[in-house]
Write a protein that binds this ligand. Structure first.
Ligand code: DUC
Ligand code: ZN
Length: 458
């Protein structure tokens, strides 16, 4: 089956150009002006932009957190992702301390295989370091897992400086890349104890006990550890300018550092935690927390200058009933926000339409860079002959108001409720088949495929 997308503007990391796109089966066959090849179907996309399917390299589906499980599993989460133009997610396989990486990978395949609407891959969490884990790493690469994750906070998952150094040295030798959650665990723990002792147990104690400088401290420390290990790293969900300054210093020393941020840090601010209604404030609890408006502007500036390479979501959704677990103690509020369904439209509307970034920059942030960083390029991340025919048809004329009741993620609120979009996603195509049409998910059953990934090429 050949489909011709006629009359649109094709966006790549290099720019936006008027061009037709011809797909054949699951692949792109040709991209160019006024293509004359025969097609079985023609889709008129004049006035629209064609993006390579978005990649969300930071999701948590079906994850056990703080005595509960995320509201979205692979079925509901990936369906929401597809609706938002995301044709590939990379979720975090997360073995518990004491379990093998193989066990974690098998478990995540069981959660995802046959239940995922978009294509998917896994990063592997390293929360323990010993000879057994070390010896498992080469087989992770053989199974298509080329990126890893470590935590500098959360007792259940954090790994100390020494083990982080050894793990990074090993990843360097194997050609891997590692994302790191950077927050200073010890001081945050101390501050939490102080707020609790003072009886300040509401959601506003969450941002106050996790200030931006304790994130910046961890970023700086990680980057010195990475320097010692001579290993490239990814700072995930970076939120503030002091952390960016640490990155700049490391880059000046010659280190390879990649940075991810998320829509919540660009568009929502910490004042939301100070709402006197518990449920309204608790819904925004995530770590790191939302920051000030000044930090938002610093992040937009860094996006524009190319200092941040990717925008992913850290989608980790909980219902309001789940958030209620922390009514008497803010540390019991499960941390995380939904976001997988709205990222593309938000970044277009509040980034491109407000002239903070160009369409090409958006393409790099949401498609091309995550594909290169996580070993999916050029299969994903570009509309080019031979690539997968994953296409987002973005119509700048389709504006709407974001409302939880219109969304399909398995969660009863939306952090961006009431945000007005500039344009919207008209269609999403996954490997040559239309999967979403004007908000309706067309696939009745999941047909997402596991993507074995290669090494970083960014
Ligand atoms: N932060 C969250 O808020 N939730 C999931 C994991 C994380 O790092
Ligand atoms: Zn996360």
């Amino acid at each position: 089956m050949r489909t011709l997308f006629k009359g649109g503007t094709v966006v790549s990391g290099a720019g936006a150009k008027r061009a037709d796109v011809l797909t054949d089966g699951e692949k792109i066959l040709a991209v160019g002006r006024n293509l004359k090849q025969e097609a079985d179907a023609v889709t008129d996309v004049s006035g629209c932009l064609l993006f390579p399917g978005f990649i969300d390299a930071h999701t948590h589906f079906d994850l056990d957190v703080a005595g509960t499980t995320t509201a979205d599993d692979f079925y509901t989460g990936s369906r929401a992702a597809l609706r938002g133009g995301t044709t590939t997610v990379i979720d975090f396989a997360c073995p518990n301390k004491g379990e093998s990486l193989h066990h974690g990978l098998e478990l995540w395949h069981r959660k995802a295989d046959g239940r995922t609407f978009c294509d998917y891959g896994f990063h592997m969490t390293i929360d323990d370091w010993n000879e057994s884990i070390r010896s498992e790493l080469p087989d992770m690469f053989a199974q298509g897992v080329s990126s890893f994750k470590m935590y500098m906070t959360y007792p259940a998952m954090m790994i100390g400086d020494r083990d982080m150094y050894w793990a990074l040295k090993e990843l360097k030798a194997l050609g891997g890349i590692c994302g790191v959650h950077c927050e200073n665990a010890g001081v945050i723990d101390g501050m939490i104890a102080e707020y609790k002792a003072a009886g300040e147990l509401g959601p506003d104690s969450h941002p106050r006990s996790r200030p931006p400088y304790l994130e910046a401290e961890a970023v700086g420390r990680l980057l010195r550890i990475a320097q010692a290990a001579n290993c490239p790293v990814v700072i995930v969900h970076l939120t503030n300018h002091e952390a960016l300054r640490e990155v700049e210093h490391a880059r000046q020393r010659g280190q390879r550092v990649y940075v991810e941020t998320c829509p919540q840090y660009l568009l929502l601010d910490e004042s939301l935690y100070f709402n006197p209604d518990f449920s309204t404030a608790a819904r925004y609890v995530c770590a790191p927390p939302l920051r000030s408006r000044t930090e938002q502007e610093a992040l937009w500036r860094a996006l524009r200058r190319g200092e941040i390479q990717t925008v992913s979501t850290d989608h980790c959704s909980f219902t309001l009933a789940q958030k209620d677990m922390g009514r008497a103690d803010f540390t019991k509020i499960p941390g995380g926000l939904p976001g997988v369904e709205t990222r593309g439209e938000l970044i277009w509307s509040y980034g491109v339409a407000k002239r903070r970034i160009t369409p090409a920059r958006m393409c790099r942030l949401l498609s091309e860079n995550p594909a290169r960083l996580y070993g999916l390029f050029p299969r994903k991340g570009i509309l080019w002959p031979g690539s997968d025919a994953d296409i987002v048809v973005y119509d700048p004329g389709l504006s709407h108001v974001i409302q939880a009741e219109d969304c399909v993620a398995n969660v009863d609120y939306n952090p961006y409720e009431g945000f007005v979009t500039a344009g919207g996603i008209r269609e999403v195509w996954l490997r040559g088949q239309k999967a979403v049409d004007r908000g309706a998910v067309l696939d009745e059953s999941p047909r997402g495929r596991y993507m074995a990934r290669g090494k970083c090429s960014l």
